[in-house]
Each structure stands twice: as C-alpha cells, then as structure tokens.
Design a protein around this ligand. Structure first.
Ligand code: Q9C
Ligand code: ZN
Length: 719
C-alpha cells in the first residue's frame, strides 16, 4: 500500500450516513484495500434494498366511502407475495422500517397539521369521518397516524441506505401513499408526503445538491409540485391522466404550462395525458424526448421515484394500456443517472394483479436482470405527440437539450373529440395483442387475469447464467476477471460465403479473418442464451458488419448494428431490412441512405459527447425500439473522440434492447475496462457537461424529420 495511511478506524465508528464521505477520503489516501479487507465498506455500492412491513396494513377504511374504497391493505401484501413467488425477495437486501420523527415530518408539513393528524389516533369512527371529510378523498383510521409515520420512515431508511452506499438502489413498499399530500393538507389517500420529505431529508442529512423526482403515478402529484415549485435543486417530473382538466384533481396547475415559479421556473415538468389508453410507446416517447434529455442535463445526485402503478393496464383509476414490463424499461432508463442511486417508493396502483406484476418488473430492473422487449406498436398516439410537443415548447427557454426542437404550442380542438387514443393508431402491426384488445379485456376481471397470465408467460425472459463474456487476444483489464473467456475456433467454413459482400481485399490480407475465429463463437453463445453480452477487441470495423451478417445466419431475426467511426458498409447490408445500421461518422457518407441504413454525419473536430447522447434519445433508441432487434452490435472505431464515460452510458442504454443481448466490438483496447464495467451492470459515473453543437443538432433534426414517416417513435410535430 502506498501513500500515507488514514485513520480508517475512526471513520468506521461514525454513523451510517457519514461513512460514504469517509470512503472517498480514504480512497484519496489509497487505503482502499485495507478498507475493503475489513469488509465494512464496499468499493462500489451494490445490491437492491427492499423495505416492507405488514404493520402498514392496519390503515384501512372503516365506513362506506366509495371514493376511497380502492385504497385497501392488500395493496401492500399482494406485491410482496408476488415478489416472494418469483424468488425476488431473497435476492434483495431487506431493510427494516422505522417511524419518522416529528422533526423529519415538519421538513415539509406544518406542526399544526402534524398535531392534527396525530390527534386522529384517539378518535372514534364519527370523529374520524368528520376529520376525513375536511380533505379531498382521504380517510383516517386510528392507526393511520402510525402507518403514515412508518411510511415516511421506510422511505427515509431507503434514502439512508442508498446515500450511504449500503445498497445501490431499492424500493420501499409503503402505505399510505404521499404525493398528493401538502404542507397543511391530506389529499387523495395521502397523509404525509413521503417522497417530498425524503428529498428535503437527503438535502439536509446527506448534502444532496440536485434531486430528480420522477412521478409515474397516473395522478398528478400536485402536493410534491407545490412543495418544490420554487426550488431549482429538485427537478419534478409528473405525467398524469388529465383529459383537459376533466380528471381528478381537476387542476389548472397540472397542465403542461405549470413549469415552476421564481428560481424554480423550468424545474417542474408536467406531462398531461389528454386521452386514456396511453401505452408503452407513449410512455417511452415521453421518457426519450422529454425526461431523459432533461435529466441528463440536470445531472441529479439522487433519484426518487413516486412509483404509482395506477398507470398500468387494468387499473380502474388510470385506464391506461402500458404493460408491466414497461416499468422495467422506465427503471433501467433511469439507472445510469445519479451513479445508480435510485429510490423507488410506492404511491398508487389499484389493480392488485397489475400492481404486483409491475412491482416485480421494477425490482428485476433494479437487480440488473434483462428487461423483456416491449409489446405493442411502437408508435405514440397523436394526443401524446401533442402533449410532448407542448411540454417541449414551454421548457425550451430553460433547457439546452430542447433548443433544437419544434417549439410551437398545439391546441387543436379536433383532438379533444376522440375518446381513446388507441383508435388513432392506424399502423400495421405484427403483434397479436393489440392495445385495443388489452383495453377490452381489462373490463372483466376473469378475462383480465387470463390476459395477464398469458402476457406474463410471453414476456418473462430467461436470464443467461453468465452475464459477460470476452474473447480474443489477452487484454489487460481486471474487469475481465469477472467475465467468461470464450475460446477461439481455428477454422469455420461459413465465413467465406458471408464475406462475399465485405471488403475482400482486407479479408484476404487476413486482418479480419483471425478475429472472426473468436467473434463467431461469442455470437453463438449469446444467441443460445448461454451468455447475456460480450466484448471483443476487433482489429477493424468491417468485422462488425460480418458479425451482423453472421448473426442472421445463426437464426436471429433482426440485428441493430451501431457503428461509431468511418466504416465501409456494403450495399447489400445497407439494403437488408433485417440489419438496421446506424453509422455515426465524420466523413460525408450519405450515399445509399435508406430506412435501414442511417448514417449520421457529423462535423469533425467537434466535442461530440452531448451530441451523441442527444442522438441516442432522439434517434438511435427510438428506431432501435421499433426495429426490435434480437442482438445489438456496438462497434467502436479507433479514435471516436467520445469520452469513455459517455460510451459506457450508451452501452448501458443499448442493453434495454434485445433482452440485453449486446456484443461490443472496440478497436481501442483502452476502452475495455470501462465498457466491460457497463456490460456487467456496474453503476456509472455521471456525465458532467451537456454541450450540444448547433450544426450537429441540425443534422440530427433533419434526419429525424426525414425518417419519421417510417419510424413512428421518432420525434415529430403535429400541425
Ligand atoms: N373514483 C393515489 O393514487 N379520487 N391517489 C378517487 C375514485 C382520488 C389517488 C376517485 C384518487 C387518489 C396515490
Ligand atoms: Zn395515483
């Protein structure tokens, strides 16, 4: 060990929340190994925390009150039982609940309100009734106060565990929910605002400077919005059923033009759904075109999710169409941010089956399991596109990432006539379970359960026992010790046929040929699901083209080939609809462009990291989701000019496709450690600067406009 030793013994005696800081101090002083040896501090936060206690089931409705009848105790036990059934509980680190103390509750609420809620513990039913009716759609029980303090306390336990590095991420199953609750008011089944208190607590206790709150509950978390509307350190995002203010809580404040006030202007993002029946494509489009670019630009240190699952198909309140696996995607899309520090906290969700399956999907994503492909047509409906465009327009003055977009606000009265957005889909689909069918099925409970049974059977994917494999010449990287080494094959007969289209001169002088001896066996293993993903150092970008062709011959139906660098793409590959090629290149290579060969030609010499992220959300992921590849090949040239950390983020995001089946081929061997880390699912360092080059942004904008006739998930404008 070199460097001066630090006083690590004292640091370990400190309370949990402070230990993290000591870790960094010690790391600087190079006492790393010594700390790891005591087994008290992990080099990298790992593991998923889970908080659950049946104590929170004792809050329940004691009289006939239809508006509140769906908020039942089983909302807590049903998802937990499902987690047990899938064997997910034992894969999590269970954390104990605790009661929040008064000082914590008054971080958000008035002392007066706290005392009033506390007084309900000794009320009789008549008193509870009249107390409840002072508020909008909320009920109290003698145990409600206790449950509400546990609900806050559980959330704070999760924040402590994540901020101290005890776990990387986690979920708190809590009741009562929180996001409608305000400084002086209970509202919409919510008593204390769990997530808002957690945000204030993280700022105070852990010094967290920027917090992102993602509210994917189907209702607007107006309570959270009001608490942070003047605060630029908390970015609040909520999508919600709105129907032009016809849906509860019927507030003007929930519309897209409520963007925050004073210093907080631009830090409240409201995405109102004006139709029911929004599905996977609508949710995904909202994340890709609005939330993720803004979140990357904001660069949070912690993410709190107000995780309501009333936005899932089958929910009586939401009447939306998104399927449970959509929530695995949303979760995995957030995981590269904030070093993976993601706290998911239950809010609504009233169809016990949908709620439970969605909670399991979210936990799987937190654990790093491969996410199932999304079902349904990957085309957002007109109403969703309209909303997304309006949100973009009002936020453009505040966010660089939205600068190069259509900035016109749409108010088309025709759009209000249609009742269900699914009727607006006119596209051919090869998927049998259409969103329309799902909506119909959700009407009858038994039919719905049958639908859900068969749907879950269809989407549950196998997790290969090996996560990452590598092949090829020895590369020095400790990261590869955690990966399986795949041995090279000496000869293979199919290569000659495959390569007919490739650059034969290059092949014959044996640049590519030897590398195929280890690339092909790796693809075989990924195709057979023996390993999830792989990495190789490849001598030439042309070998990635051959790899894509080879994948098709071994039975994969569709491949995404993403090439960073100037590669020679043969004409028959450009024309092949099974191989979607996206080539980010410096030289002008527009020739032969079509829907399945998309060159993005950037000006050389620019700082392109921001542009690459921008392109990922605007173009690469939208077209890739729609293509539904069964394998992603990500090929990196020698000198891409992109920082390793950005490439690691891209590698993470590409794992949302093809059930995580990705082959990374890099010419630069110094990238191996970083890329392997991302393939292994390690938490990623954050990207600090989000610089967009105007010329490159225009190239992208022009390209998406030309391609959005074919690729329906691409950003477009409604006129
Ligand atoms: N048809 C949460 O999801 N209105 N709260 C109910 C019943 C209140 C929802 C009307 C809905 C509150 C956390
Ligand atoms: Zn809700």
């Amino acid at each position: 060990m070199d460097g001066p030793p630090c006083d690590w013994t004292t640091s370990l005696s400190l309370k949990a929340p402070f230990r993290r800081c000591e870790v960094w101090l010690c790391r600087k002083q190079r006492c790393w190994r010594r700390l790891a040896a005591v087994g008290r501090v992990a080099a990298m936060a790992s593991g998923t925390g889970l908080i659950y206690s049946e104590q929170m089931m004792s809050h329940q409705l004691l009289w006939d009150f239809p508006a509140c009848s769906i908020e039942i105790p089983e909302r807590l036990s049903a998802p937990f039982d499902k987690l047990k059934q899938y064997g997910l509980v034992e894969r999590c680190i269970q954390l104990p609940v605790r009661e929040a103390i008064e000082e914590e509750i008054i971080l958000v609420h008035s002392l007066e309100y706290l005392k009033a809620v506390k007084s309900t513990a000794s009320m009789n039913v008549e008193e509870l009734k009249s107390f409840s009716y002072k508020y909008d759609d909320v009920y109290f029980h003698p145990n409600s106060y206790h449950c509400a303090t546990l609900s806050v306390g559980a959330t704070l336990q999760l924040v402590d565990a994540v901020m101290s590095g005890r776990v990387r991420n986690g979920m708190a199953l809590v009741r009562p929910p929180g996001h409608h609750s305000q400084k002086n008011d209970a509202c919409g089944y919510c008593i204390f605002n769990n997530v808002a208190i957690a945000a204030k607590y993280a700022k105070q206790r852990h010094g967290t400077k920027r917090i992102l709150i993602v509210d994917w509950d189907v209702h607007h978390g107006q309570g959270t919005q009001y608490i942070f509307e003047k605060d630029s350190s908390v970015l609040y995002f909520s999508w919600h059923r709105y129907e032009h203010q016809q849906f509860w809580p019927n507030l003007k404040d929930s519309d897209y033009d409520a963007i925050g006030k004073g210093n907080g202007a631009g830090f409240t993002i409201n995405l109102p759904w004006n139709k029911v029946g929004m599905g996977n494509a609508d949710y995904l489009a909202a994340f890709l075109s609005i939330l993720l670019p803004m979140a990357y630009e904001f660069n949070p240190e912690l993410i709190l999710v107000s995780a309501g699952f009333d936005s899932v198909v089958g929910d009586p309140e939401g009447e939306m169409c998104a399927t449970p696996e959509c929530f695995a995607h949303l979760t995995q899309l957030l995981m590269p941010l904030a070093n993976g520090k993601l706290c998911v906290v239950l809010e609504g969700g009233y169809n016990l089956r949908s709620l439970s399956e969605s909670v399991c999907m979210t936990i799987r994503a937190l654990l790093g399991d491969p996410v199932p492909p999304l079902v349904g047509q990957m085309a957002p409906c007109i109403s969703a596109v309209e909303t997304i465009q309006n949100v973009t327009a009002v936020h453009q003055p505040y966010w660089k990432c939205l600068k190069y977009h259509e900035g016109i606000i749409i108010k088309d009265p025709r759009l209000k006539k249609l009742n269900c957005c699914t009727e607006e889909h006119n596209f051919e689909s090869n998927i049998t379970t259409t969103e329309k069918e799902i909506t119909m099925l959700s009407k009858e409970k038994q039919d719905f359960d049958e639908f859900m049974d068969s749907h879950m059977k269809k989407v549950l994917v196998l997790t290969p026992s090996v996560r990452t494999a590598w092949a090829g010449d020895e590369v020095k990287s400790a990261k590869l010790d955690k990966c399986l080494k795949v041995e090279a094959k000496k000869t293979f007969s199919s290569a000659g046929i495959l390569l007919s289209a490739g650059d034969t001169a290059e092949l014959e002088n044996k640049i590519i040929l030897p590398s195929l001896g280890y690339i092909f066996p790796l693809i075989d293993k990924i195709a057979k699901r023996e390993v999830r993903n792989g990495i190789v150092v490849a001598p030439s970008l042309s070998s990635s083209v051959v790899a894509a062709q080879y994948s098709i011959t071994v039975g994969l139906s569709r491949v995404l080939l993403l090439v960073l660098g100037d590669a020679e793409i043969p004409d028959d590959v450009k024309a092949d609809e099974k191989i979607l090629v996206v080539n980010i290149c410096g030289k002008q290579k527009e020739k032969g462009r079509n829907n399945y060969f998309i060159p993005i030609c950037w000006k050389e010499g620019n700082e392109c990291d921001g542009d690459l992220l921008h392109a990922t959300f605007e173009l690469i992921l939208p077209v890739a989701y729609e293509h539904r590849p069964e394998l992603v090949i990500f090929a990196l040239g020698d000198n891409t000019g992109i920082q390793a950390v950005t490439l690691a983020h891209l590698t993470h995001l590409l794992q949302l496709l093809a059930e995580g089946r990705i082959l990374v081929m890099t010419q630069a061997s110094d990238l191996v450690a970083t890329l392997t880390s991302s393939l292994l699912g390690d938490p990623l360092p954050s990207i600090r600067s989000f610089v967009l080059n105007q010329e490159n942004a225009f190239v992208l904008m022009k390209l998406t406009q030309e391609l959005n006739q074919h690729w329906k998930l691409l950003p477009k404008s409604v006129h």
